[in-house]
Write a protein that binds this ligand. Structure first.
Ligand code: NAP
Ligand code: ZN
Length: 360
């Protein structure tokens, strides 16, 4: 365990879930000392991804407690290893889902480290030294510089934090499926949450016609107003779903709960593609007929590689894209998680980590 691993002598204050109740409580633990390939980062902000909730409550059955969640991390570099000279003390940086990968395989060579079969996550992973990784709900993180990106100077550190997971997770499939640099497509986004709202912003920035499919009629005004969506379909309204048949080229499904892909696939044109990034704990329903009759494809996508993450960040800097966030103090993480579970957030909670620490 990390607390007992050699060189893990850096004492860190954080917040962890201790069991499947998911309740988050203070947790003091040890991280490794800054190594030659590492930068040590004072964490300023950390987003609360729905994945954090899945892990805190052990919904996927793979949580190693105590788990310190958090993979939407922004902060400032406070220490630099001798091989990590591309960063310097004071740099504004971000850490997302990835902590390590083999750096040798075909995927690593192509900066698709996210598909390396030895890839380890920022939390609930097992690092090379055998320690369990702990995430960004903590005041300091030590990260291998190859999994750290720069934050553009013009973007605020709080509303940028969710780009480190939500942002790259929706950017990567858009890029992979020809939605970057080819404006004018009809794009659908299913689920207007943390991931979904960034997908809408990206879709508009890339010049597409964007339709939101949502279970929440109350989100329509904001979706079309502030977020710039062109259309809004309430996915439980069969008339609206019927009217949207065969209208979309591409759909990104970000839903966190079990649902059927059947009615959603009907909205794709012939040969259209649906990419699912949502990760419910139960299998999605995938009836064959909407696939067969429309020659449609269903694919998955997991976060994104480091080159794409920096590219996305820089694009957001250029287009001034940030996330719509509700910034909270660490002592209200449990309330925020309860609200996230109830789909009551517009559209991402971000924890003000440094604010709390500096008050201690
Ligand atoms: P979120 O903020 O909770 O958003 C999920 C949205 O799904 C909700 O806002 C809601 O949108 C919709 N939804 C919720 N319950 C639903 C239900 N029962 N039926 C239909 N729609 C429902 O979550 P998030 O942080 O965006 O994450 C979404 C999912 O992606 C999670 O499962 C997460 O673990 C996963 N994820 C995957 C990756 C990856 O690499 N593939 C990365 C990050 C996250 P409406 O109100 O609009 O219906
Ligand atoms: Zn995430």
């Amino acid at each position: 365990m990390a607390q007992e691993t050699q060189n893990h002598t850096l004492s860190v204050s954080g917040w962890a879930a201790y069991d499947s109740s998911g309740e988050i409580k203070p947790y003091t633990f040890k991280r490794r000392e800054n190594g030659v390939n590492d930068v040590t980062i004072e964490v300023l902000y950390c987003g609360i991804c729905h994945t954090d909730l899945h892990y805190a409550k052990n919904e996927w059955g793979i949580t190693m407690y105590p788990v310190v969640p958090g993979h939407e991390i922004t902060g400032v570099v406070i220490k630099v290893g001798c091989n990590a000279g591309k960063f310097k003390i004071g740099d504004r940086v971000g850490v997302g889902c990835l902590a390590a990968s083999c750096l040798k395989c075909e995927f690593c060579a192509d900066s698709q480290e996210n598909y390396c079969d030895q890839m380890q996550f920022t939390y609930n992973g097992i690092f090379w030294d055998g320690s369990i990784t702990y995430g960004g709900y903590s005041n300091v993180i030590v990260a291998d510089y190859r999994y750290v990106v720069r934050i553009p100077e013009n973007l605020p550190m709080d509303s940028v934090a969710p780009l480190l997971c939500a942002g790259i997770t929706v950017f990567s499939p858009l890029k992979d499926n020809g939605m970057l640099g080819s404006p004018g497509k009809k794009m659908g986004v299913v689920g207007l949450g943390g991931l979904g709202h960034v997908a809408v912003k990206f879709g508009k920035a890339f010049g597409h016609h964007v339709t939101v499919l949502s279970t929440s009629p109350s989100k329509e005004t904001e979706a079309k107003g502030r977020l710039g969506a062109d259309d809004f379909i309430v996915s439980t309204n069969s008339q609206q779903m019927q009217a949207g048949k065969r209208s979309l080229d591409f759909i990104l499904d970000t839903v966190s709960a079990q649902h059927s892909l059947g009615p959603i696939l009907e909205l794709l044109k012939v040969d259209g593609t649906l990419v699912t990034v949502g990760a419910p704990d139960q299998p999605l329903e995938l009836p064959p007929f909407p696939l067969i009759f429309g020659k449609r494809s269903v694919k998955g996508s997991m976060t994104g590689g480091m080159r794409d993450t920096q590219e996305m960040m820089d694009l957001c800097g250029k287009h001034n894209i940030t996330c719509d966030v509700e910034v909270i103090a660490p002592d209200t993480i449990n309330e925020a998680m309860d609200r996230l579970a109830k789909n009551d957030v517009r559209y991402r909670f971000v924890i003000d980590i440094a604010g709390r620490i500096s008050n201690i």
